[in-house]
Design a protein around this ligand. Structure first.
Ligand code: G3I
Ligand code: 9MR
Ligand code: ZN
Length: 542
């Protein structure tokens, strides 16, 4: 008898590496499973299921199908007599992730603002050059500046310095950690220029950030957006609302100083002109920070309704800037500032808390002026946190380093960032538990989760079809723009669809593939970028 797909058999819908551990997570208690060759429906392995784990985040009680012994490349599915079959997945070498990894990077190209997306590069997902007009400096009478370029932040068309900076930083860091994982042929306009596309993409974002710096003071404007969000089906090139440049903030300026210092270092031998401009811009931003020691907070003025990216402290951002400037220039004053002012503060790797970026910059700095005691202390607590993630994952039914309270807006960023933390820890001190737990995060994003939902548009068997993403809704293509990581489960229920459809559900189940659910189903560049880092690790040997 032909079996139907059961979404209670959770697999990585893309696949598993031949040499890796391969586990499917099953919701419920059953006795045995088969692994079936999908090309001829022949059973290649029959085994007992094991384990009985109550998963806190989903409420599921799960057991496991471990089929690690299957190493032959091919297409398979899991079948459980009483339940049904899983989605089909691959077993193979690193090439099974090439499409999805390149797709997530390519998605940032598809988020580009200020240029035409032509069919040669964007396929069906074309649109004309957008948001090219001059933007008004908010609060001034008539001053206008050109701040075209950069990435649309998310499902809206705003361009915000704080999230763009961490996006670019993730790309640069992915390249610094895994230089051989990235190619020059993802078919973006800069492909085949002998520079890996990931660096070209980062530069696209940074070129825009450079325009967001006030040339006189060195301070950096917080964002450029219209006064409100455009209609959900408005294509970017049709959106002609007046754009406003919002005031300079400490967080934007410090994040800017950090990422331009990184760029100065990484592009030094690749594009020295760009590297120099970045260094000068970074030093200027640092000067602004010195001249404005009182925290300049950004708050939306009452008539501006777009994303705030607010923060009540800039100290982690400034410490990050200091650490990157120290690593890039070797100048003692930046190192001293960092040592005096850095607090690990949970080693944040998100847009709001960037202390993790600061720590990485200092730990991996090879200057002989480094404060070894400080560096060792940071290293130790970084490892401790990694060990804590491993512990959390051991208790989690889906082997995920996620506490149930972490399923908030953009929880998929938390998933990817924890993996990133573990991979950095593995660089500091090799440990298979770290890399294993990081891989489990990737399995989760690709469908091995309580909803059997692949969270990256255009990929997997159960795909996201209705992301809160204006170009995906406004174009004539049925499939959404591919390669975008959606926010994922959010138990805070931040939008009305979530409130009406998801209330009472366990945290990991608070997700809905609905275009109006911005709290669970929007996309954002800084949700893609840490996932790109993780896939940089996975694709290392490709
Ligand atoms: O800061 C608190 C933290 O202290 C607390 O532990 C945690 C627990 O819930 O909440 C934290 O605040 C959250 C904050 O994100 C920081 O993570 C807020 O509850 C949460 O509402 C907030 O959500 C942000 C959302 O904008 C609303 O401001 C998302 O992170 C952020 O990704 C999202 O960004 C939007 C832009 O505003 C507009 N463009 C689209 C973009 C993506 O949805
Ligand atoms: O589209 C907006 C999305 O980018 C934001 O993350 C979200 C929260 O600020 O808001 C979305 O815009 C909605 C607005 O907040 C309320 N009116 C409807 C808009 C589209 O759903
Ligand atoms: Zn645009």
């Amino acid at each position: 008898v032909e079996q139907l797909v059961s979404e209670n058999i959770h697999v990585n819908q893309i696949g598993y590496f031949s040499s890796d551990k391969k586990i499917a997570v099953i919701n419920g208690q059953y006795s045995s499973f088969n692994v079936v060759d999908a090309t001829n429906n022949k059973v290649v392995l029959t085994k007992n299921l094991d384990g009985k784990v109550k998963d806190d985040s989903s409420g599921d009680t799960v057991c496991y199908a471990d089929f690690s012994e299957i190493t032959s490349a091919g297409q398979y599915y899991i079948s459980i007599p009483e339940l049904g079959k899983s989605y089909t997945f691959k077993i193979g070498d690193k090439s099974i992730y090439t499409g999805i990894a390149d797709g997530m990077l390519k998605a940032l190209y598809l988020q580009r603002c200020g240029i035409e997306l032509d069919s040669n590069h964007a396929g069906e997902y074309t649109h004309g050059a957008c948001h090219k007009s001059m933007a008004k400096i908010y609060g001034s009478d008539d001053k206008e500046i050109d701040v075209s370029g950069g990435w649309h932040d998310a499902g809206d068309y705003g361009r915000y310095v704080v999230p763009a900076a961490v996006t670019a930083a993730d790309l640069l860091m992915a390249y610094e950690f895994y230089p051989n994982s990235f190619t020059d042929n993802t078919n973006i306009p800069e492909s085949s220029n002998n520079i890996p596309d990931i660096l070209d993409e980062a530069k696209y974002g940074i070129d825009w950030m450079l325009k967001m710096q006030d040339k006189l003071s060195g301070g950096v404007y917080h964002k450029v957006t219209a006064m409100g969000f455009p209609d959900m089906t408005l294509m970017p090139d049709i959106d002609v609302d007046d754009m406003y440049v919002m005031p300079i903030s400490t967080t934007a300026t410090a994040d800017f100083a950090a990422v331009t210092a990184m760029a100065a270092r990484i592009y030094k031998d690749i594009n020295s002109g760009f590297s120099n401009s970045c260094l000068n811009a970074s030093l200027k931003a640092w000067t602004w920070l010195e001249n404005n020691s009182k925290f300049v907070e950004f708050k939306n003025p009452s008539d501006i309704l777009t994303g705030e990216y607010g923060d009540n402290s800039g100290s982690d951002e400034i410490a990050w800037a200091a650490a990157e400037l120290f690593r890039t220039t070797g100048e003692k004053k930046y190192g001293d500032y960092f040592v005096k002012n850095f607090h690990s503060n949970g080693f944040g790797l998100g847009w709001q808390n960037v202390s993790g970026y600061a720590a990485i910059a200092y730990m991996f700095c090879d200057s002989d002026k480094i404060d070894l005691k400080k560096s060792e202390e940071i290293r130790k607590s970084w490892i401790e946190k990694a060990d804590m993630f491993v512990d959390t994952a051991k208790k989690d039914g889906y082997f995920l380093a996620m506490h149930k309270l972490e399923y908030t807006w953009g929880s998929n960023m938390n998933v990817a960032n924890h993996a990133k933390h573990l991979l950095v820890a593995d660089r500091l001190s090799n440990n298979e538990e770290y890399t294993e737990t990081a891989k489990n995060a990737a399995h989760y994003l690709m469908g091995r989760n309580t909803l059997s939902q692949c969270y990256i548009t255009g990929f997997g068997s159960k795909q996201v079809m209705q992301p809160h993403h204006r170009p995906s809704l406004g174009d004539t293509v049925k499939q959404p723009v591919p390669g975008l990581v959606v926010g994922g489960p959010n138990s805070t229920l931040d939008d009305s669809v979530s409130k009406s459809k998801l209330s009472g559900l366990a945290p990991a189940k608070c997700y809905i593939d609905d275009m109006s659910s911005y709290g669970t189903n929007e996309v954002a560049t800084y949700w893609n970028s840490p996932a790109i880092f993780v896939f940089g690790y996975l694709n290392q040997q490709r």
